[in-house]
Write a new protein. Structure first.
Lengths: 169, 426
């Protein structure tokens, strides 16, 4: 399935700096499947998150989001809860790559401090823009490079490779 | 002649089959080694692998090591090990290990990481292998799937930060203190997307065991790789690990003398003091003096950044003839079976035993919150491992102070965070 490159609108969940993958996918729930990780996602930082987040919501975080381990379950837990995109002032490289590879849009935006918890936000990872509908403001964001846009549009690395293999036959 | 290159640029150029590479370029490179562990390996990639044809492009480049859940603490762990074992058998992976220790330690002990190579692994501390002059980096499981199927992966060639440490580490100060100090200087994202090249007389003087601790923890600053250009210490170490034929075939890449660095940090280590990372992040480094007296429930000596022979021996040197405080448990988790055996043969384990330590099976142990030393609610630990995020070793309300093996041993002895030099000099 191809994700059409259109902007993503949702409600913001505001998080701080240096949210590590161990907060998104807690080690104590390892080897029990993504649904269990999802149920406990961010429970040390935002205990209400997993219960109250709705499909289509957005995570808006500060610097170095997704630091720490290489675990993709950090991305999968967010996807499982229906988080539609993550906006952060900066990402840790492993989380950034994992998100693209799993088809979760990620956008770097230096002005996340202008976004408050609960704001309605529109994210355009293709054009590189974040609009805050609640405050009626627009912020510049980094547009994804061509090859990453292609991966994201395909829905992640596996569908992208599938397509490439099909095309080369 | 091409533009001078850093070691990271040289290795990525070689792995991409190009004469040169420059920071910022995006290229497709072929990893020489692809390592998977138990939680993030076969169990997560198998479904995708089937979708993509079910065949490995280069099975001979694959390494599979079960370490996080070995020995298993519960049925879920045991099943994970089972799936991993069966996968390795099905795909005839010759380089498969379980119950032998931490993947990163085995990767270097077994000679799987070699100078000049591009190494990827499904664990963020894969960066440790860079101490042997390789470009080693952690990747996610789906990324690994791509590498297994295509043999390739895209890289943005990173800029390099050069860290030059001159002088001599003072008595009682270890590589762990150096890297915590660096992380404190740059912050938790201060090295994001970058490679770090270590050099200088203080680095030259470190044995491989200690060098591994430096490169292991660069990822705590966000770095993509940490590299130490090979020297005599590297050569001697590899000579002991590899058979003569493999040793003779090594490709010794070095940074060009006038390569371009994004930043250079130069410092004398002569006055460095033992460091501690306060709970929450490895970059929360302060001199141990700033937190002296904090009571600890558990002292943990283990992991791929603090469970090698040099760490165990350092702790034994401090604890010899002494006894750990009554209210503290000292848990020792050797990084590998080989470390365990060497510590036993050299009397280090005996000394630790006599001091009151509990020695557990080699592996990741409690470091990732797996087993064998998990912390309860509100407990305080001092640990020679590499991460202290909330909940990292168990309860989310537990506090973890990261420190060198010597500082861990000193805290075990007194029951409180203590400058190890006070005991060593006494």
């Amino acid at each position: 399935m191809t994700i059409h490159p259109k902007p993503i609108e949702g409600r913001a969940w505001r998080l701080g700096d240096n949210v590590d993958t161990g907060q998104l996918a807690l080690a104590e729930y390892s080897a029990q499947g993504v649904a269990v990780y999802a149920r406990h996602c961010l429970e040390h930082l935002r205990p209400e998150f997993a219960a109250e987040v709705r499909p289509g919501d957005l995570v808006v975080a500060g610097e170095n989001f997704g630091s720490g381990s290489s675990r993709e379950t950090a991305v999968l837990a967010l996807k499982h809860l229906g988080v539609a995109a993550v906006v952060a002032a900066s990402f840790a490289r492993l989380f950034f790559r994992n998100a693209i590879n799993l088809g979760l849009p990620v956008v770097e935006c230096k002005e996340v401090a202008r976004i408050a918890d609960g704001d309605r936000v529109v994210v355009d990872p293709w054009r590189g823009q974040v609009d805050n509908l609640t405050r009626q403001e627009s912020y510049p964001a980094s547009a994804l490079p061509e090859h990453l846009r292609e991966l994201l549009e395909a829905g992640g690395l596996v569908p992208w490779l599938e397509r490439r293999m099909r095309d080369s036959r | 002649m091409s533009r001078p290159m850093t070691l990271a640029e040289k290795i990525l150029a070689r792995a991409a089959g190009r004469p040169a590479a420059a920071a910022g370029e995006i290229l497709w490179a072929e990893p020489d080694v692809a390592m998977m562990d138990d939680p993030l390996g076969p169990n997560l990639i198998q479904e995708g692998l089937e979708r993509l044809g079910g065949r490995l492009r280069h099975p001979e480049r694959v390494v599979v090591i079960s370490d996080h859940c070995a020995p298993p603490a519960n049925v879920a762990h045991a099943n994970l090990l089972k799936v991993t074992r069966q996968w390795a058998k099905r795909y005839q992976i010759a380089r498969f290990h379980e119950f032998e220790g931490i993947c990163h330690q085995l990767m270097v002990e077994e000679g799987y990481v070699r100078p000049g190579q591009l190494v990827v692994g499904t664990d963020s501390h894969t960066v440790m292998g860079g101490a042997l002059g390789a470009f080693a980096t952690g990747i996610g499981s789906t990324e690994m799937l791509g590498v297994l199927v295509t043999g390739q992966m895209w890289f943005r060639v990173p800029t390099t930060v050069r860290v030059r440490w001159e002088g001599r580490l003072p008595f009682g100060v270890m590589a762990k203190d150096l890297i915590l100090h660096l992380l404190g200087q740059v912050g938790p994202a201060g090295l994001n997307y970058q490679a770090v090249e270590f050099c200088g007389s203080a680095v030259d003087a470190l044995p491989m065991d200690e060098r591994f601790c430096l490169t292991n923890m660069v990822v705590e600053g966000g770095a993509k790789a940490g590299l130490i250009p090979p020297d005599q210490v590297t050569r001697e170490w590899l000579q002991a690990v590899l058979d003569p034929e493999a040793y003779a075939a090594l490709e010794w890449l070095e940074p060009d003398p006038d390569a371009a660095y994004a930043r250079e940090l130069v410092e004398s280590v002569d006055a460095l003091t033992p460091q501690v990372a306060t709970p929450g992040n490895p970059a929360n480094a302060v001199p141990v003096a700033a937190v002296e007296g904090v009571k600890v429930d558990q002292a943990y000596l283990g992991g791929c950044a603090g469970g090698r022979l040099s760490d165990l021996a350092a702790a034994a040197s401090l604890l010899g003839g002494r006894r750990v405080a009554e209210e503290v448990r000292l848990i020792v988790c050797p990084a590998s079976r080989r470390v365990w055996q060497q510590a036993m043969a050299s009397g280090v384990l005996q000394t630790l035993y006599e001091a009151g330590a509990i020695v557990t099976a080699p592996g990741c142990g409690a470091c990732g919150g797996g087993h064998s030393g998990i912390l309860g609610d509100g407990e305080v630990a001092v640990s020679s491992t590499n991460r202290n995020f909330p909940g990292r070793m168990g309860s989310g309300s537990a506090s973890i102070y990261l420190a060198s093996a010597l500082t861990v041993a000193a805290a075990a002895l007194t029951g409180r965070l203590t400058d190890p030099r006070d005991i060593l000099e006494a």
